[in-house]
Design a protein around this ligand. Structure first.
Ligand SMILES: *[C@@H]1O[C@H](CO)[C@@H](O)[C@H](O)[C@H]1NC(C)=O
Ligand SMILES: *[C@@H]1O[C@H](CO)[C@@H](O)[C@H](O)[C@H]1NC(C)=O
Ligand SMILES: *[C@@H]1O[C@H](CO)[C@@H](O)[C@H](O)[C@H]1NC(C)=O
Ligand SMILES: *[C@@H]1O[C@H](CO)[C@@H](O)[C@H](O)[C@H]1NC(C)=O
Ligand SMILES: *[C@@H]1O[C@H](CO)[C@@H](O)[C@H](O)[C@H]1NC(C)=O
Length: 254
């Protein structure tokens, strides 16, 4: 366990250097990265290549990660709460830069527990045999060039030469299926802009019908919940990044 912790610490240190994370934050990520419960539901190991080599494309590691994550049981609410507690404690500097106050922890925990099943269902959508996140990233990569950690962060923070994606990338069956989930589970989240969406993607995009060829690959196995529950925050961060990516797609449409 100790050797494993050291290895993970080295990997996360490399990632932290890329992302300029503070030492306490890196330490907190390392502590929770060794948790059995978090590993059972977030299955982070396929992401290791991204940590060890900053200039590779993230698409294949993310595809491998989502394949294992979607086949694994969901995280329990206890595991999710442990993730939030340890991240907010260790990464307070990073989070305060993002506008987060430590008093918000219980509210954030409740929000994450509430929306986690929807996020999981969105990132586990498949079009035929292809995961929808993978398909979308591949389509974007075909336009902008290799999606490394740095270029992806630039893309989704708006610091990129990409001003708009073509409608055959934004109006896919995958995007429609994701739209349907968000619209059903979080009414109002995407604003009242269905006219804008219809203008870009056609009237049928917002009709609520299930696009053909789309399936759900999230396993419905019961969560694993041991008493010393833990978390792997990098997985959570990447999940959050996927959500940001999905919302950004909709933002680009609006
Ligand atoms: C990635 O960077 C390393 C050194 O930092 C370099 O040796 C390698 O050729 C690069 N790989 C790619 C695919 O650019
Ligand atoms: C997890 O927590 C959320 C909100 O805190 C609640 O809505 C949901 O029902 C809980 N899930 C389970 C399986 O208890
Ligand atoms: C944006 O920049 C990247 C890297 O600098 C380049 O490969 C790509 O062709 C550019 N895309 C557009 C649409 O100009
Ligand atoms: C989108 O359309 C462009 C131009 O017609 C084409 O080159 C590209 O391959 C298409 N992309 C997808 C994902 O269908
Ligand atoms: C959270 O951090 C504490 C203090 O470092 C550690 O003892 C605990 O195992 C961690 N818990 C989880 C659930 O990761």
């Amino acid at each position: 366990m100790f050797a494993r912790a050291l290895t993970i610490f080295a990997l996360l240190s490399a990632a932290a250097a890329q992302l300029s994370l503070s030492q306490p934050c890196t330490q907190a990520l390392t502590t929770i990265a060794t948790s059995a419960d978090a590993n059972a539901c977030l299955t982070p190991s396929p992401l290791i290549p991204i940590l060890t080599n900053s200039n590779i494309s993230i698409v294949e590691p993310i595809n491998n990660w989502l394949t294992s994550l979607c086949a694994a049981p969901a995280c329990s609410n206890n595991t999710l709460a442990a993730i939030v507690t340890n991240v907010t404690a260790g990464c307070s500097t990073e989070l305060s830069l993002a506008g987060f106050q430590s008093g918000d922890t219980s509210a954030v925990t409740a929000l994450i527990q509430k929306y986690y099943p929807d996020v999981r269902n969105i990132v586990c959508l498949k079009d035929g045999n292809t995961n929808c996140v993978t398909q979308t990233l591949t389509n974007i990569q075909d336009i902008v060039g290799p999606l490394t950690v740095q270029t992806t962060l630039a893309l989704f923070s708006g610091n990129s030469n990409l001003t708009e994606l073509p409608s055959n990338v934004t109006c896919t069956s995958c995007a429609k299926a994701a739209y349907n989930i968000v619209n059903a589970e979080v009414p109002g989240f995407l604003g009242a802009n269905s006219e804008d969406l219809q203008a870009v993607c056609g009237a049928s995009f917002t009709d609520g019908a299930n696009p053909s060829g789309i399936t759900q690959s999230a396993s419905d196995k019961a969560p694993v919940d041991t008493k010393n529950s833990g978390a792997f925050t990098l997985g959570a961060l990447t999940g959050a990044t996927s959500l940001v990516a999905i919302s950004s797609m909709f933002a680009l449409l609006a």
